[in-house]
Design a protein around this ligand. Structure first.
Ligand code: FES
Length: 619
């Protein structure tokens, strides 16, 4: 081995080249060769999930260097001098070139997320173990005998004391046993060759909605999906209200925790019922959600997130037993929480980034998750910046005269053409419109702009002006009490001048966040190859309308894609691939978090972004 570059500083990136494929990737110093390879889409053999115990991930370093670890000594003793290292232990410090042996087995793969090919290697595995019976020359305990048998399979696991009675039974019954392992925890042991079904469940815990996906870990397929309103809703509609309730003390935090656990366990019941699965067959849960929701799920006081300097108690990934977490799955099973990027860019956004591959592909992409808080991520495999913008409740129908959530009777889409108004109402034809939801709000404002009834500065034109011009929709312009202008969408449903102001303020905050993040990255609108609208709300926004109101930069409309609930998809991918999970857990270290309120010119930018884009730029 020879050093080809001076050692890079902490936090800087270095290039790793894998032979014979010639794959290269730039990673922060300290990343392991194993994870860097996966990041670059190059799988390296492993059965232990990168824990340094299976010895299968050896690579030969030909340029660069990596410290020899105790695990290297255990598995590679005579090969160390030739440059062989366990790639999962070898952290890169300088430019590195290494040889990668071909995969001994080709794991199954499936396309998930946004066109991502994922190797199906769940964190949950079942192994058939040989357990030699004790004799007078071998006094190892049954427990030790089991640990040794697992080590032969390349696994060092933690055995919960609750399994000791079962281990005694297994030892009595014969030489063979089936062990079920989640990560480095033994969760079940049974005598004989007893391979059983294995399921996992992913959760996207939103402030409003919780989505559960039951996954068959053997088949690599979704078995059932269910969603429900977050049971914390009676304590407040948004994150701030929930934190307000939490401020009343420990009992209130416990109440909030009980409420979300009731929702989680109700959903587990539902997906199990739909797929004919027993709760104890679910061995692992992976959870994403915003930082406040994850705090409340664990009963942790979230108040510090609300108060300056806006610090979370934890952003790091968490791993706990299902019994401790209160999840109604196999009690010894595990519950893993994705990490968050910042107090206001949560684990759900990490899920989005995993599912879209935004931080691993060469294309420059912007991802926007629109809600009361707009989360923004922009970048590519070289560098990624994230921020969050306080959009307020307008997109959820809050502060809008006839605003409502996206439920039956909500206007979700609007077309104004040749003097006609065409409304898309949730529930379909025959359902009378009762109000406007977020996507309808964006649509109607965009349509009013395009129809020439709404000026760039957000002022609705007067009926008199429109009549004088002979505008076919002039009759829809009305004046409410106190002289407030409004546009009548349907009987009893209007959009007021004040509603337009609320939308301007919400989209202005998100547009400012996008601008600050793009500036931090040093890129311009013309550089963006794709704009992804994520989150359940993002899926319903018409790309052209998002562009016309200035919610997203004015890229050609075919570059704007609604990608759906990618947060859930990211969690599901982590259930099915330990490699994707590792990427998720490392992502916060890769992504630069920009605090929007720290941007000196935030107010100036925000005021500038209140205006709508000139029509010539967005038609
Ligand atoms: S030792 Fe198993 S992946 Fe490295």
């Amino acid at each position: 081995m020879s050093a080809v570059a001076t050692e890079a500083g902490i936090g800087s990136k270095v290039q790793v080249t894998y032979r014979p494929s010639g794959t290269t990737v730039r990673v922060p110093t300290g990343t392991t060769l194993f994870h860097a390879a996966h990041w670059a889409g190059l799988p390296i053999e492993s059965t232990c999930g990168g824990r340094g115990t299976c010895g299968k991930c050896a690579v030969r370093i030909v340029e660069g260097d990596a410290e020899v670890t105790p695990a290297d000594h255990r598995h590679l003793a005579e090969r160390l001098d030739d440059g062989w290292r366990l790639s999962c232990q070898a952290e890169v410090r300088s430019e590195t070139v290494c040889d990668v042996p071909a995969l001994m087995r080709a794991p199954k793969a499936a396309t998930m997320g946004v066109g991502r090919l994922v190797l199906l290697e769940p964190n949950v595995q079942q192994l058939l173990l040989e357990l030699p019976p004790p004799d007078l020359d071998d006094h190892r305990s049954h427990h030790r005998r089991l640990l040794d048998a697992l080590e032969i399979e390349g696994l060092e696991v933690i055995v919960p004391p609750a399994l000791l009675p079962t281990i005694a039974r297994v030892a009595e019954e014969g030489r063979v046993a089936t062990a079920t392992v989640v990560g480095d925890h033994l969760v079940a042991i049974a005598p004989g060759d007893e391979s059983a079904r294995m399921f996992g469940v992913s959760f996207d815990i939103g402030t409003t909605t919780v989505v559960a996906t039951l996954v068959d870990l053997t088949a690599g397929a979704t078995a059932a999906i269910a969603s429900a309103l977050n049971g914390q809703a009676p304590f407040g509609a948004d994150v701030i209200a929930r934190m307000g309730h939490a401020m009343s003390g420990d009992d209130a935090i416990a109440e909030l925790r009980d409420a979300i656990l009731a929702t989680v366990n109700g959903l587990i019941d539902q997906v199990c019922g739909a797929a004919g699965v027993e709760g104890h067959e679910i061995l692992e849960a992976v959870v994403v959600g915003n930082a406040t929701m994850l705090h409340l799920l664990l009963g942790v006081d979230p108040r510090s997130i609300a108060l300056s300097p806006f610090v979370a108690t934890f952003l790091e990934p968490q791993d706990l037993s299902a019994a401790d977490a209160g999840f109604a799955i196999e009690p010894l099973g595990r519950v893993a929480l994705f990490p968050s990027i910042g107090a206001y860019v949560g684990a759900d956004i990490v899920g989005d980034v995993v599912a879209t591959g935004l931080a691993r592909e060469p294309e420059l992409r912007l991802l926007v998750d629109v809600g009361t808080n707009g989360e923004i991520v922009v970048g590519n495999r070289d560098r990624v910046v994230a921020t969050s913008a306080p959009a307020g409740p307008a997109f959820e129908g809050g502060q809008i005269l006839h605003g409502m959530r996206a439920t039956e009777g909500a206007i979700e889409g609007v077309v104004l053409e040749r003097g006609e108004i065409e409304l898309q109402v949730i529930g379909g034809e025959g359902v009378a419109p009762r109000g406007i939801c977020g996507s309808g709000l964006i649509d109607v404002v965009a349509q009013l702009r395009l129809a020439g009834l709404l000026l760039e500065n957000g002022i609705l034109r007067s009926r008199d002006e429109a009549v004088a011009e002979g505008h076919p929709l002039a009759g829809r312009l009305i004046v409410l009490g106190e002289g407030i202008r409004a546009f009548e969408l349907a009987e009893g449903v209007v959009l007021t001048q004040l509603d337009v102001r609320e939308l301007q303020s919400a989209k202005g905050a998100i547009a400012t966040g996008i601008e600050v993040a793009m500036d931090a990255l040093g890129v311009r609108t013309a550089d963006l190859e794709q704009v992804l609208l994520a989150g359940s709300f993002g899926s319903y926004i018409a790309p052209q309308s998002a562009r016309v109101v200035g919610l997203v930069p004015p890229v050609p409309v075919d570059r704007i894609t609604a990608v759906g609930n990618t947060a859930s998809e990211g969690a599901k991918m982590a259930l099915l691939s330990f490699r994707e999970r590792e990427v998720a857990f490392e992502l916060p270290g890769w992504i630069e978090y920009v605090e929007l309120s720290g941007a000196e010119d935030f107010n100036d930018r925000f005021i500038r972004n209140l205006a709508f884009p000139a029509l010539e730029s967005v038609r």
